[in-house]
Design a protein around this ligand. Structure first.
Ligand code: C5P
Length: 228
């Protein structure tokens, strides 16, 4: 059996991360959530007052970027990797609506993307990795042996995201707020100049609007087994 690289791209909140995490666990690969890295940079910008509303002070960020270190450590209890910003566990803080509302602005900045892509390529050097994001199959690992592009309708994605927020104790955010955020992120992610969200020509498309978790996993495993 050969060891490969698996790239999973797609829209916000279509279940990519859970799917990528479960797939990695099943096949014994490392899982990296590239969105968490952009979220951690966004949190850093919020904490250091680099945002004025939605406007990011890119000049200041460029002076700070070399001080931002993002890493992942496995939580042994849950067996999932958690995100660390300069050595501090920020897994919870990076999932708030405040970060969700600002992350597309930070991730559209060219020097931020270049810094993240280099780190991601380093993490994937040995293969045996499942990475999910927006540009993994197109920019980070254009030679990945297996590429998936995941999608689902905005309403279904908003409901899933709302369920997640509720499960984490956020009962204030409304369905419409989440839907607006998803639509706005889709638009910015698809229209930014640097690495816009596009489907790689050789990606397999998975619309999971009506699939159960089990059906989805079986579909992924079939493709994985076929190629390895
Ligand atoms: O995957 P998640 O929704 O957590 O990603 C948060 C945001 O990070 C996305 O809306 C997108 O703006 C950005 N992102 C990106 N490139 C990636 C992963 C995420 O631009 N590879």
């Amino acid at each position: 059996m050969k060891t490969i690289t698996i790239a999973i791209d797609g829209f916000s909140s279509c279940g990519k991360s859970t799917m990528a995490k479960d797939l990695a666990k099943q096949i014994g690969y490392i899982y990296i959530d590239s969105g968490a890295m952009y979220r951690a940079i966004t949190l850093y910008c919020i904490q250091n007052n680099l945002f004025d509303g939605d406007v990011l002070n890119e000049e200041k960020l460029s002076q700070h970027i070399k001080d931002i270190h993002i890493s992942f450590k496995l939580n042994k209890e849950t067996a999932t990797p958690e995100t660390y910003l300069n050595g501090v566990n920020v897994e919870k803080e990076i999932r708030t609506m405040e970060v969700s509302n600002k992350v597309s602005y930070a991730s559209a900045v060219g020097f931020v993307r270049r810094a993240m892509v280099l780190q991601q390529q380093e993490m994937g050097k040995m293969k045996g990795i499942v990475m999910d994001g927006r540009d993994i199959g197109t920019v980070v690992f254009p030679d990945a042996e297996l590429k998936f592009f995941v999608t689902a309708s905005p309403d279904i994605r908003a409901q899933r995201r709302l369920d997640e927020l509720h499960a984490k104790g956020d009962t204030e955010t409304t369905f419409n707020e989440v839907l607006d955020n998803i639509r706005q992120r889709d638009y910015i992610d698809q229209h930014r100049e640097e690495s816009p969200l596009t489907q790689a020509g050789d990606a397999l498309v998975l619309d999971n609007s009506t699939l159960t978790k089990e059906q989805q996993m079986q579909w992924l495993l079939d493709k994985f087994n076929h190629i390895t």
